[in-house]
Design a protein around this ligand. Structure first.
Ligand code: GLP
Length: 247
């Protein structure tokens, strides 16, 4: 068993988890108005984004100097495809904020030269001086970004073959499983680890086992999230269902 230095916050429910995460983001933005924020997709961060939008509208927290980098994008989907993570981010966050378009970064899933695109993306993150605060969800199999089990901890931004279980889990966003891309571009595990601070959100019973293994299991490439045990500033925020296997 590996000793963890991660800070664990148990929230009563999804809304409280989202609110706590939003407070951490908002205080970071206030403290550093030109921070680079690392963002994630999926169902889990939707409540966080809702809170950020409400705060922007009510309190005027500004994103004019903020830059964002997202974890990943499906290969083969153009920016305008409604299932692309570009569209997800526009529709669930960016269109409500005052962030300049050219401050928003996601990998281009429809790039002609995908290897070059991976290098371009890694360079963007380095040139921005790395991520100040990164939010992560967790896959049922312990993936972070789209780094599936078995991905080397040393990986940089790269192309990944999605596991069938991941495609099935994400099929709910598409009309049919066949439409779910088989590959993605994802920040690598070493890219994620360069973030100065990380918040991992886990909600719902489906994440209870991955959450348990993250906190109590071994450091192993078979559970990509387990690398976070080695990061000096990780906060894991879980709701009751995701915490149900913890002591
Ligand atoms: C996707 C994303 C991950 C996300 C995970 C969990 O595969 N690439 O970044 O954390 O799914 O998604 P959800 O929050 O919908 O459970």
């Amino acid at each position: 068993m590996t000793q963890t230095t991660m800070r664990i916050i148990k929230a009563d429910n999804y809304d409280e988890m989202s609110q706590i995460a939003a407070e951490i983001f908002i205080s970071k933005i206030k403290q550093k108005p030109d921070a680079v924020l690392g963002l994630a997709t999926g169902s889990t961060p939707l409540g966080l984004y809702k809170n950020l939008i409400e705060d922007h509208q009510k309190n005027g927290t500004s994103y004019q100097q903020i830059h964002t980098v997202n974890l990943d994008e499906y290969i083969g989907l153009s920016k305008d495809n409604p299932n692309s993570y570009h569209s997800y981010m526009m529709n669930n966050l960016f269109k409500y904020l005052d962030i300049p378009q050219n401050h928003i970064h996601l990998p281009h899933g429809d790039a002609v030269d995908l290897l070059q695109e991976c290098e371009r993306y890694e360079t963007i993150i380095n040139d921005l001086g790395n991520v100040e605060l990164q939010v992560l969800g967790i896959g049922k199999n312990g993936h972070i970004g789209f780094n599936e089990p078995g991905t080397p901890f040393s990986s940089k931004t790269h192309i990944i073959e999605l596991k069938e279980s991941t495609r099935q889990a994400n099929a709910r966003f598409f009309n049919h499983l066949d439409e779910v891309p088989k590959q993605a571009i994802t920040m690598g595990i070493s890219t994620i680890m360069k973030s100065k601070e990380i918040i991992l959100l886990a909600s719902g019973e489906a994440k209870a086992e991955a959450t348990y293994k993250l906190i109590h299991g071994d450091l192993t490439e078979q559970l990509p999230a387990s690398i976070l045990k080695q990061h000096p500033a990780v906060t894991v925020i879980v709701d009751k269902e995701a915490a149900s296997m913890l002591d």
